[in-house]
Design a binder for this molecule. Structure first.
Ligand SMILES: [Zn+2]
Length: 256
Protein backbone atom coordinates (compact mmCIF):
# COMPACT_ATOMS: atom_id res chain seq x y z
CA UNK A 1 0.00 0.00 0.00
CA UNK A 2 1.17 3.50 -0.89
CA UNK A 3 0.91 6.42 1.55
CA UNK A 4 -2.28 8.36 0.73
CA UNK A 5 -0.74 11.73 1.49
CA UNK A 6 2.41 11.77 -0.68
CA UNK A 7 1.15 9.07 -3.05
CA UNK A 8 4.77 7.96 -3.39
CA UNK A 9 6.25 6.14 -0.39
CA UNK A 10 5.35 2.76 1.02
CA UNK A 11 2.78 3.10 3.82
CA UNK A 12 4.61 1.91 6.92
CA UNK A 13 3.14 4.13 9.61
CA UNK A 14 -0.12 3.90 11.50
CA UNK A 15 -2.12 6.99 12.39
CA UNK A 16 -3.86 7.05 15.77
CA UNK A 17 -7.60 6.49 15.54
CA UNK A 18 -7.91 8.26 18.85
CA UNK A 19 -5.15 10.71 19.49
CA UNK A 20 -2.67 9.74 22.17
CA UNK A 21 -2.92 13.21 23.71
CA UNK A 22 -6.72 12.87 24.04
CA UNK A 23 -6.39 9.58 25.90
CA UNK A 24 -3.58 10.89 28.10
CA UNK A 25 -5.53 14.02 29.00
CA UNK A 26 -8.24 11.91 30.58
CA UNK A 27 -6.52 8.72 31.74
CA UNK A 28 -2.86 9.66 32.11
CA UNK A 29 0.01 7.87 30.45
CA UNK A 30 -0.88 4.30 31.45
CA UNK A 31 -0.60 1.48 31.83
CA UNK A 32 -4.28 1.25 32.61
CA UNK A 33 -5.81 -1.09 35.13
CA UNK A 34 -8.92 -1.34 37.25
CA UNK A 35 -12.39 0.13 37.03
CA UNK A 36 -11.38 3.40 35.50
CA UNK A 37 -9.34 1.94 32.66
CA UNK A 38 -10.52 2.97 29.21
CA UNK A 39 -11.91 0.38 26.83
CA UNK A 40 -12.25 0.50 23.08
CA UNK A 41 -15.53 -0.51 21.50
CA UNK A 42 -15.69 -1.32 17.80
CA UNK A 43 -18.59 -3.13 16.18
CA UNK A 44 -19.82 -4.14 19.62
CA UNK A 45 -16.52 -5.77 20.64
CA UNK A 46 -15.00 -4.37 23.83
CA UNK A 47 -11.22 -4.47 24.22
CA UNK A 48 -9.09 -3.21 27.08
CA UNK A 49 -6.59 -0.50 26.32
CA UNK A 50 -3.22 -1.01 28.01
CA UNK A 51 -1.75 2.41 27.37
CA UNK A 52 -2.08 5.52 25.26
CA UNK A 53 0.08 3.92 22.57
CA UNK A 54 -2.12 0.82 22.32
CA UNK A 55 -2.18 -0.74 18.83
CA UNK A 56 -5.97 -1.05 19.08
CA UNK A 57 -6.14 2.72 18.83
CA UNK A 58 -4.32 2.89 15.51
CA UNK A 59 -5.47 2.49 11.92
CA UNK A 60 -3.77 0.00 9.65
CA UNK A 61 -0.73 1.41 7.90
CA UNK A 62 -1.90 4.02 5.40
CA UNK A 63 0.82 6.67 5.72
CA UNK A 64 4.59 6.73 5.33
CA UNK A 65 6.57 7.69 8.42
CA UNK A 66 7.79 10.90 6.77
CA UNK A 67 4.21 12.10 6.21
CA UNK A 68 2.89 10.86 9.54
CA UNK A 69 5.73 12.09 11.73
CA UNK A 70 7.29 15.10 10.01
CA UNK A 71 5.08 16.53 7.30
CA UNK A 72 1.86 16.57 9.33
CA UNK A 73 3.52 17.35 12.67
CA UNK A 74 2.44 21.05 12.69
CA UNK A 75 -1.14 19.91 12.03
CA UNK A 76 -1.05 17.50 14.96
CA UNK A 77 0.31 20.11 17.32
CA UNK A 78 -2.30 22.69 16.19
CA UNK A 79 -4.95 20.12 17.15
CA UNK A 80 -3.32 19.46 20.52
CA UNK A 81 -3.23 23.21 21.24
CA UNK A 82 -6.86 23.50 20.22
CA UNK A 83 -8.05 20.67 22.48
CA UNK A 84 -5.93 21.94 25.34
CA UNK A 85 -7.58 25.34 25.02
CA UNK A 86 -11.14 24.06 24.65
CA UNK A 87 -10.99 21.77 27.68
CA UNK A 88 -8.77 24.11 29.69
CA UNK A 89 -11.42 26.82 29.21
CA UNK A 90 -14.43 24.55 29.04
CA UNK A 91 -16.81 26.76 31.01
CA UNK A 92 -15.98 29.88 29.02
CA UNK A 93 -16.26 28.12 25.67
CA UNK A 94 -19.60 26.54 26.60
CA UNK A 95 -20.89 29.86 27.87
CA UNK A 96 -19.82 31.88 24.81
CA UNK A 97 -20.49 29.09 22.32
CA UNK A 98 -17.86 30.37 19.96
CA UNK A 99 -14.13 30.01 19.63
CA UNK A 100 -11.79 32.85 18.70
CA UNK A 101 -8.70 31.27 17.19
CA UNK A 102 -6.73 34.27 18.42
CA UNK A 103 -7.25 32.98 21.98
CA UNK A 104 -5.53 29.73 21.00
CA UNK A 105 -2.85 30.70 18.50
CA UNK A 106 -2.36 34.41 19.22
CA UNK A 107 -1.10 36.52 16.32
CA UNK A 108 -0.45 33.30 14.40
CA UNK A 109 -4.16 32.46 14.39
CA UNK A 110 -4.38 32.40 10.61
CA UNK A 111 -1.69 29.73 10.33
CA UNK A 112 -2.98 27.99 13.45
CA UNK A 113 -6.53 27.51 12.20
CA UNK A 114 -5.15 26.48 8.80
CA UNK A 115 -3.05 23.75 10.43
CA UNK A 116 -5.97 22.68 12.60
CA UNK A 117 -8.12 22.31 9.49
CA UNK A 118 -5.36 20.23 7.90
CA UNK A 119 -5.26 18.00 10.96
CA UNK A 120 -9.00 17.44 10.44
CA UNK A 121 -8.43 16.72 6.73
CA UNK A 122 -5.78 14.15 7.68
CA UNK A 123 -8.15 12.56 10.19
CA UNK A 124 -10.91 12.44 7.57
CA UNK A 125 -8.54 10.95 4.96
CA UNK A 126 -7.31 8.22 7.30
CA UNK A 127 -10.91 7.32 8.12
CA UNK A 128 -11.82 7.15 4.41
CA UNK A 129 -8.90 4.80 3.67
CA UNK A 130 -9.91 2.68 6.68
CA UNK A 131 -13.39 2.41 5.17
CA UNK A 132 -11.88 1.25 1.88
CA UNK A 133 -12.59 4.54 0.08
CA UNK A 134 -10.25 6.72 -1.92
CA UNK A 135 -9.28 10.11 -0.50
CA UNK A 136 -10.49 12.79 -2.93
CA UNK A 137 -7.65 14.68 -4.65
CA UNK A 138 -8.69 18.07 -3.29
CA UNK A 139 -8.50 16.77 0.30
CA UNK A 140 -5.07 15.20 -0.27
CA UNK A 141 -3.69 18.22 -2.09
CA UNK A 142 -4.89 20.89 0.34
CA UNK A 143 -2.45 19.56 2.95
CA UNK A 144 0.42 21.14 1.02
CA UNK A 145 -1.28 24.44 0.19
CA UNK A 146 -1.53 27.77 1.93
CA UNK A 147 -4.89 28.58 0.40
CA UNK A 148 -7.14 26.13 -1.34
CA UNK A 149 -10.60 25.20 -2.52
CA UNK A 150 -12.14 21.97 -1.37
CA UNK A 151 -15.43 20.14 -1.08
CA UNK A 152 -14.73 19.47 2.60
CA UNK A 153 -16.74 21.51 5.13
CA UNK A 154 -16.37 21.23 8.86
CA UNK A 155 -18.46 22.44 11.76
CA UNK A 156 -18.25 22.11 15.53
CA UNK A 157 -21.13 21.50 17.87
CA UNK A 158 -21.96 20.84 21.49
CA UNK A 159 -23.49 17.43 22.18
CA UNK A 160 -26.01 18.55 24.81
CA UNK A 161 -26.70 14.98 25.97
CA UNK A 162 -23.01 14.51 26.77
CA UNK A 163 -22.55 18.02 28.15
CA UNK A 164 -25.04 17.42 30.99
CA UNK A 165 -23.19 14.31 32.18
CA UNK A 166 -20.82 14.65 35.15
CA UNK A 167 -17.19 15.29 34.23
CA UNK A 168 -16.04 11.79 35.13
CA UNK A 169 -18.52 10.32 32.68
CA UNK A 170 -18.19 12.70 29.78
CA UNK A 171 -14.40 13.16 29.78
CA UNK A 172 -13.79 9.64 28.56
CA UNK A 173 -16.36 9.91 25.78
CA UNK A 174 -13.92 9.99 22.86
CA UNK A 175 -14.58 8.37 19.54
CA UNK A 176 -15.63 8.46 15.93
CA UNK A 177 -18.97 8.06 14.23
CA UNK A 178 -19.87 5.97 11.22
CA UNK A 179 -18.90 7.21 7.79
CA UNK A 180 -21.93 7.82 5.61
CA UNK A 181 -21.49 7.83 1.85
CA UNK A 182 -23.99 9.42 -0.51
CA UNK A 183 -24.36 7.42 -3.70
CA UNK A 184 -25.14 8.82 -7.10
CA UNK A 185 -28.83 8.32 -7.94
CA UNK A 186 -28.15 6.94 -11.40
CA UNK A 187 -24.81 5.24 -10.80
CA UNK A 188 -24.71 3.36 -7.52
CA UNK A 189 -21.00 2.64 -7.86
CA UNK A 190 -20.31 6.35 -7.65
CA UNK A 191 -20.03 8.19 -4.36
CA UNK A 192 -21.14 11.81 -4.43
CA UNK A 193 -20.41 12.80 -0.88
CA UNK A 194 -19.48 11.78 2.63
CA UNK A 195 -20.71 12.68 6.07
CA UNK A 196 -18.80 11.81 9.23
CA UNK A 197 -18.15 12.98 12.77
CA UNK A 198 -15.80 12.45 15.66
CA UNK A 199 -16.10 13.56 19.26
CA UNK A 200 -14.05 14.45 22.30
CA UNK A 201 -16.42 14.63 25.26
CA UNK A 202 -19.23 17.08 24.30
CA UNK A 203 -17.27 18.55 21.36
CA UNK A 204 -18.44 17.09 18.07
CA UNK A 205 -16.50 17.70 14.87
CA UNK A 206 -18.68 17.09 11.82
CA UNK A 207 -17.32 16.54 8.32
CA UNK A 208 -19.28 17.20 5.13
CA UNK A 209 -17.73 16.31 1.84
CA UNK A 210 -19.73 17.48 -1.17
CA UNK A 211 -22.85 17.61 0.96
CA UNK A 212 -24.57 20.54 2.62
CA UNK A 213 -23.52 20.98 6.24
CA UNK A 214 -26.35 20.95 8.75
CA UNK A 215 -26.45 24.52 10.04
CA UNK A 216 -27.69 23.35 13.43
CA UNK A 217 -24.25 21.89 13.93
CA UNK A 218 -22.41 25.20 13.78
CA UNK A 219 -20.95 27.73 11.38
CA UNK A 220 -19.31 26.26 8.30
CA UNK A 221 -15.53 26.36 8.42
CA UNK A 222 -13.06 25.86 5.57
CA UNK A 223 -9.87 27.16 7.24
CA UNK A 224 -10.97 30.66 6.34
CA UNK A 225 -12.04 32.35 9.53
CA UNK A 226 -10.86 33.63 12.89
CA UNK A 227 -14.09 32.68 14.66
CA UNK A 228 -15.99 29.45 14.73
CA UNK A 229 -19.53 29.33 16.15
CA UNK A 230 -20.62 26.18 17.90
CA UNK A 231 -23.84 24.46 16.97
CA UNK A 232 -25.93 22.20 19.14
CA UNK A 233 -26.98 18.58 18.86
CA UNK A 234 -29.19 16.37 21.08
CA UNK A 235 -28.86 12.86 19.67
CA UNK A 236 -30.98 11.10 22.31
CA UNK A 237 -34.76 11.04 22.22
CA UNK A 238 -36.73 11.88 25.40
CA UNK A 239 -36.97 8.28 26.50
CA UNK A 240 -33.24 7.61 26.04
CA UNK A 241 -32.39 10.85 27.82
CA UNK A 242 -34.52 9.97 30.82
CA UNK A 243 -32.87 6.54 30.96
CA UNK A 244 -29.39 8.08 30.78
CA UNK A 245 -30.17 10.49 33.63
CA UNK A 246 -31.52 7.68 35.75
CA UNK A 247 -28.39 5.61 35.15
CA UNK A 248 -26.12 8.51 36.11
CA UNK A 249 -28.08 9.27 39.27
CA UNK A 250 -28.12 5.62 40.31
CA UNK A 251 -24.35 5.38 40.33
CA UNK A 252 -23.25 4.24 43.80
CA UNK A 253 -20.05 6.30 43.82
CA UNK A 254 -21.98 9.50 43.24
CA UNK A 255 -21.68 12.01 46.11
CA UNK A 256 -24.98 12.32 47.93
ZN1 LIG B 1 3.83 9.79 2.56
Amino acid sequence: MICWICNKNEANSREHIIKRSDIKRVYGRGSYRGDHAPVHVKNGVVKNIQGADSQILKYNESLCSECNNNYTQPFDSAYEQFIEYVFGNEELVLHKRFIDFFDIYGNEFEVGQNNLYKYCAKSFGCRLVDAGAIVPDDVRELLGKKSFQTGLRINLSVNEDVFILPHEDRDGFIGKGDMLAWMDKSDHAMVNGYEWNEHVSWLTISYWYNTYPDGNLGSTWVADSRFIYLGSVRPLNDEQREYAHKKVNEKPNKAK
